[in-house]
Design a protein. Structure first.
Length: 309
C-alpha cells in the first residue's frame, strides 16, 4: 500500500480497454468515500487535487488525508495535481510528494505550451513523477478554469503526435467536445470520436485523458432540486459516450461534478427531512456514502475497471 505513479495503471488500461477513474478531492469524507469504493471494487485509483482544492483545504492536509486513506484501506493511490498552471506549482507538488502532475499550458500558443510542458517533464521525471499535459481547450467553468465555448478548440491529431514526441509527456488530455462544470451541452451531447480515433492511431502508446467527463447523473440533479436546489438544465456526458471513448485510448476519465452533486443531494435530503440535525457527522456521513455508491457505479458500469488492480 503506497502512493504510486499512474505508469503501470495506464499500461494495463491501454492493453485491456478500460479506464482509471480520476476523482477530485476536497475533504476527508470525499476521500474516504472514493477510496472505500475503489477498495471494494479492487480498482486502480487516481485522486487529484485542483487549484480550488489547494486553496480550500491546502495541499498538505489533502496529502496526509490520502496517506491516511491508504493506511486504512490498503489501496494504492496515484496522487495527481489537476490543472497545474505553471512550472512553480508543478515543482512544489513534486517536492511535496505528489506522484503525478498536470501542467496545463493549453491557454498558451502551441510552441509556448511545448516549452512549458518540456520544462515540467524534465523536472518531474528526474524525481520519478509522471506528467500529464493538455492540448486543445475545453469549454466550461471549474475552479479557476473559465473558457468560453467560442474560444474552445479541439485537439489537432498531427499536433498531438508532435507534441508528445517533443515534450516526452506521459499522458495527454485532449479536447473532443467535453467541458467542465454541470452544464456541458445546451443541445444534443456530442463528442468527436473520429478525431479521437485519429489521435489514438497516431500515438497508440500514449494514454489519453478525458477532462470534463462527469455524466451529471439525473438522479442527483433531481434530488438536489427536490430538496431546495436550483440546478435547471444541467447536462453531462452520457455514459455510453464515455464507454465508447475508453475503447480508443482514453485511459483516464476525470470526474468532479458528479461527486459534488452526489454529496450535495444527500446532504440536502438529510437536512430537509431531519431539520433537527445539527451534528455535521449526521449529514456528512450520508454524503460520504453517496460518494461511495456513485464511484462504485462509475467503476463498474462506465470505466469497466472493477477487479483491475
Amino acid at each position: 500500500m503506497a502512493l504510486i505513479t499512474s505508469e503501470e495503471m495506464f499500461r494495463k488500461a491501454l492493453e485491456a480497454d478500460y479506464a482509471i477513474g480520476a476523482f477530485n478531492v476536497n475533504n476527508m469524507e470525499i476521500i474516504q468515500g472514493i477510496v472505500e469504493a475503489a477498495g471494494e471494487e479492487n480498482a486502480p485509483l487516481i485522486l487529484q487535487v485542483s487549484a480550488g482544492a489547494r486553496k480550500y483545504a491546502k495541499a498538505p492536509y489533502l496529502r496526509h488525508l490520502v496517506e491516511a486513506a491508504i493506511e486504512d484501506t490498503g489501496v494504492d493511490v496515484c496522487l495527481h495535481l489537476d490543472h497545474g498552471e505553471d512550472f512553480e506549482i508543478c515543482k512544489q507538488c513534486v517536492d511535496d510528494g505528489f506522484t503525478s502532475v498536470m501542467i496545463d499550458g493549453s491557454k498558451h500558443p502551441y510552441e509556448e505550451n511545448i516549452a512549458l510542458t518540456k520544462e515540467v517533464v524534465e523536472y518531474a521525471h528526474a524525481h520519478g513523477v509522471v506528467v500529464e499535459a493538455e492540448l486543445g481547450r475545453l469549454a466550461g467553468i471549474e475552479d479557476n478554469i473559465n473558457v468560453d465555448a467560442r474560444s474552445a478548440s479541439f485537439t489537432d491529431p498531427d499536433e498531438a503526435a508532435e507534441f508528445v514526441e517533443r515534450t516526452g509527456v506521459d499522458s495527454l488530455a485532449i479536447a473532443i467536445g467535453t467541458s467542465h462544470g454541470a452544464y456541458k451541452f445546451k443541445g444534443e451531447p456530442y463528442l468527436d470520436f473520429e478525431r479521437l480515433k485519429e489521435i489514438h492511431k497516431l500515438i497508440p502508446n500514449t494514454p489519453l485523458v478525458l477532462h470534463g467527463a462527469s455524466t451529471v447523473l439525473r438522479e442527483f440533479v433531481d434530488r438536489c432540486n427536490e430538496y431546495g436546489g436550483e440546478i435547471p438544465g444541467a447536462q453531462g456526458v452520457p455514459e455510453e459516450m464515455i464507454k465508447e471513448a475508453v475503447k480508443h485510448g482514453v485511459c483516464k476519465v476525470n470526474i468532479d461534478t458528479d461527486l459534488r452533486l452526489a454529496m450535495t443531494a444527500e446532504i440536502r435530503r438529510v437536512l430537509v427531512e431531519q431539520p433537527e440535525v445539527f451534528d455535521p457527522r449526521k449529514y456528512l456521513g450520508p454524503g460520504r456514502d453517496a460518494i461511495k455508491k456513485m464511484v462504485q457505479h462509475k467503476i463498474r458500469n462506465v470505466l469497466n475497471a472493477s477487479n483491475r488492480r
